[in-house]
Design a protein around this ligand. Structure first.
Ligand SMILES: NC(=O)C1=CN([C@@H]2O[C@H](COP(=O)(O)OP(=O)(O)OC[C@H]3O[C@@H](n4cnc5c(N)ncnc54)[C@H](OP(=O)(O)O)[C@@H]3O)[C@@H](O)[C@H]2O)C=CC1
Ligand SMILES: O=C(CO)COP(=O)(O)O
Ligand SMILES: [Zn+2]
Length: 346
């Protein structure tokens, strides 16, 4: 059996902070709601969402510090202790992922209220949580609804939108890796999931000039693409269509770099290198990221080249069951340095 779980409602528009009440009513969610937000996203939209809900529901808020198991367990304790019926995550990828896993473990639904268009976890069913070692996603549940307020998402610095583009462009190499694993390891491959994932990547390349403007239309285009990526992952039953070696590189950077960059920025740079290793048109990937104003090298990521090389050499160890262009043995230091230099990453 192949289970595909998808959100029941997706709202994309303006001034939706108050609309959550109607969404919850339509879906028939219970009386007690827990609003999850981060330190910043509480001020950006979380507090207002909480206030709006309090007219109709019994509401409490919880500030989450990051996508760690500790925070998932703290949220879980809060849900169980307070007997909450549902959650709403107001934030970036980290807050949404904590809500996703906690809601899955507690068996209660959650609404995704993204404050950035920086990642494709907005509507996906998997959660990337840092536990021991590197952070890779695990199966959870998709949000029961996605409420994407363009006005809120537009308040985020442009850098976040460009990161979202990076997370979508990464589908180009992720799908190549998936096809490789299908051919070499006989891994399950879904043509529908792969096509949907590639469509988002191609759409952002095509619409690069509109997205670059960072206006409302740009946000709408990026959010729709990110939601499609989430659906692709749900169809596949894993993050395979949107996460290959470029993501392993980013996960490795998260584990070793003193100050990692945004997820989407790192996977964008990873895509340049992995496209080179695949013999793809890596220059086109770099050009698109450049046009977007997204980082294309170590300096722009704010990460020392030494960490880039190390991340490339350890990336294959992060999720050994996921076969990629890095193979079973990974890159040698020399090969990593060469690939990073040729592509202008270091
Ligand atoms: N599950 C999945 O399928 C996927 C998961 N991911 C995961 O998502 C995470 C990356 O998400 P990302 O959004 O890049 O990063 P974070 O969620 O970690 O957010 C980064 C920072 O941005 C702040 N922020 C959020 N919204 C705004 C805003 N509107 N304006 C200004 N600052 C804002 C956050 O504030 P605050 O401190 O309040 O939180 C935080 O300090 C990673 O953990 C990644 O692994 C990525 C792709 C797919
Ligand atoms: O970031 C993701 C997809 O863009 C999720 O990927 P991981 O499964 O590698 O965490
Ligand atoms: Zn990603």
């Amino acid at each position: 059996m192949h289970l595909m779980q998808l959100p029941r409602e997706v709202l994309l528009g303006e001034n939706l902070k108050g609309e959550v009440v109607n969404v919850a009513k339509r879906i028939g969610l219970g009386r007690k709601a827990l609003v999850l937000y981060g330190k910043h996203t509480k001020k950006i939209a979380g507090r207002e969402v909480e206030e709006n809900l309090s007219g109709e529901y019994e509401v409490d808020g919880l500030t989450v510090k990051g996508a760690t198991m500790e925070e998932v367990n703290r949220t879980l304790d809060e849900i169980r202790g307070g007997e909450f019926d549902w959650l709403i995550a107001v934030g970036g990828g980290s807050i949404i992922d904590v809500a996703k896993l906690a809601s899955f473990k507690a068996g209660v639904p959650f609404i995704s209220f993204p404050t950035t268009a920086s990642h494709d976890g907005i509507a996906s069913a998997n959660a990337s949580i840092k536990d021991i070692g590197a952070k890779t996603s695990v199966k959870a549940v998709p949000p029961i609804a996605v409420v994407a307020d363009v006005e809120v998402i537009k308040t985020a610095p442009y850098r976040y939108l460009a990161a979202g583009v990076g997370d979508m462009i990464s589908n180009l190499t992720a799908v190549k890796d998936w096809q490789l694993a299908h051919r070499i390891k006989g891994e399950y491959y879904s043509e529908y999931a792969a096509s949907l994932s590639l469509m988002s990547a191609k759409m952002v390349i095509k619409n690069a000039d509109i997205i670059r403007l960072g206006n409302e239309e740009s946000v709408r285009k990026v959010v729709k693409g990110l939601i499609s990526c989430g659906v692709a992952m749900s169809i596949a039953g894993s993050s395979r269509p949107a996460s290959g070696a470029e993501h392993l590189f980013s996960h490795a950077l998260d584990a070793i770099a003193p100050k990692p960059a945004l997820h989407g920025e790192q996977v964008g740079v990873g895509t340049i290198i992995m496209a080179y290793l695949h013999g793809m048109k890596w220059e086109r990937v770099r050009e698109t990221l450049k046009r977007m104003g997204a980082p294309t090298n170590a300096y722009e990521l704010g990460i020392d080249p030494e960490y880039i090389i190390e991340a490339l050499t350890i990336a294959h160890t992060i999720r050994p069951e996921r076969y990629t262009i890095l193979g079973k043995d990974g890159l040698t230091r020399e090969a990593a340095e060469k690939a990073a230099k040729i592509t202008g990453v270091i």
